[in-house]
Design a protein. Structure first.
Length: 335
């Protein structure tokens, strides 16, 4: 049974976050900030670069296509700008990377369950019409922990409201043709890696995913990164999402290989988006075959662990080429 599963395993690939901006976009943005350029020029460059990156993903054979999100500065910006009851707080470092985000300030009593707030940062007209594009939203738990929240009786009631808000947007994105909804969840594994995770944290995440984990007409993935997911795998596998994403650069491989994923799709974030060092596709294939043979995933995906914007524009293209070559080698030996 397991040998048959390995033989039939097909490796899929896609990107998991914003793409690094081009030098041209960087320059026109700087000109606009200095008053020597216009926001219209910036918009035109964003559209041009978006078309380039979407086309490159398609030519590389990526199974899901993402909008490179050149107009979005952080994971929470669409919420901050588009949802009544949420506004921008102080600037914070994004998990010890050279990236920053504005901490959302959420007033639960004024929160409105609107949808469509992420659409202004997307280019649906340029994305595939066959359901092969993936949208990215914050997981309610990461949103809760990284926000300043007022007006709620307890964390459970707060995360229930946030999960309803996130689900409403997921449903909206599915109506636009998104075939996959990715919930970004770095906090749960970061806390695990730092030894600060409590039972309450797991209960809060479970409460949230019980609400937003299933979305009609699309598949969902809880994508963890920046920490070791291995100790949490028995818990995470039981959450009601179609797919579980793990940071393959942080997660211990041996415990992963002991887990059965026959009822869940597995996203192996083994391409390190926080390093410009290139991975060896042949070595990746060797690891992926172990995962396929021992974990028996319902579907197996190879992705970067996080957004390639950390690496920058040129290296992001190089990482995409590594994805392409690894897929070619893996599927060539399993067909």
């Amino acid at each position: 049974m397991h040998a048959f599963t390995l033989y039939m395993t097909h490796l899929g690939i896609y990107l998991t976050g914003p793409f690094g901006q081009s030098q041209q976009l960087y320059e026109v943005r700087n000109e606009a900030k200095r008053g020597r350029g216009t926001e219209e020029v910036v918009r035109q460059q964003i559209e041009k670069d978006t078309e380039t990156v979407i086309k490159a993903q398609q030519e590389a054979g990526l199974d899901f296509i993402i909008d490179p999100l050149f107009g979005q500065y952080d994971l929470f910006q669409p919420l901050v700008e588009g949802v009544p009851g949420i506004n921008a707080g102080r600037q914070e470092n994004w998990f010890n990377n050279n990236l920053f985000y504005q901490k959302p300030r959420i007033q639960i009593e004024n929160l409105q369950y609107t949808s469509g707030w992420s659409e202004k940062f997307l280019h649906p007209e340029s994305l595939p019409k066959d359901g092969s594009w993936s949208a990215i939203l914050p997981s309610p738990y990461t949103l809760l922990i990284l926000s300043e929240i007022s007006g709620y009786q307890n964390k459970k009631s707060a995360i229930q409201d946030l999960a309803k808000l996130i689900k409403a947007e997921a449903i909206h994105l599915a109506s636009l043709g998104a075939g996959r909804i990715q919930y970004d969840e770095p906090v749960i594994v970061v806390k695990q890696s730092l030894g600060s995770l409590k039972r309450e944290d797991l209960e809060l995440l479970e409460t949230a995913i019980d609400i937003c984990g299933r979305v009609p007409d699309t598949t969902t993935v809880l994508h963890t990164y920046f920490g070791d997911a291995a100790p949490l795998l028995p818990f995470l596998k039981n959450l009601p999402v179609d797919c579980l994403g793990i940071d393959g650069t942080e997660t211990n491989l041996e415990p992963l290989l002991q887990e059965d994923f026959s009822e869940k799709e597995l996203v192996f974030g083994r391409i390190n988006a926080r390093s410009t060092d290139p991975e060896d596709p042949e070595e990746l294939v060797t690891e992926l075959k172990k995962v396929a043979e021992q974990c028996h995933p319902k579907k197996l995906w190879l992705t970067p662990n996080t957004a390639t914007e950390v690496d920058g524009y040129t290296h992001a293209f190089k990482k995409m080429k590594i994805l392409q070559e690894t897929k070619r080698l893996f599927n060539g030996t399993n067909n």
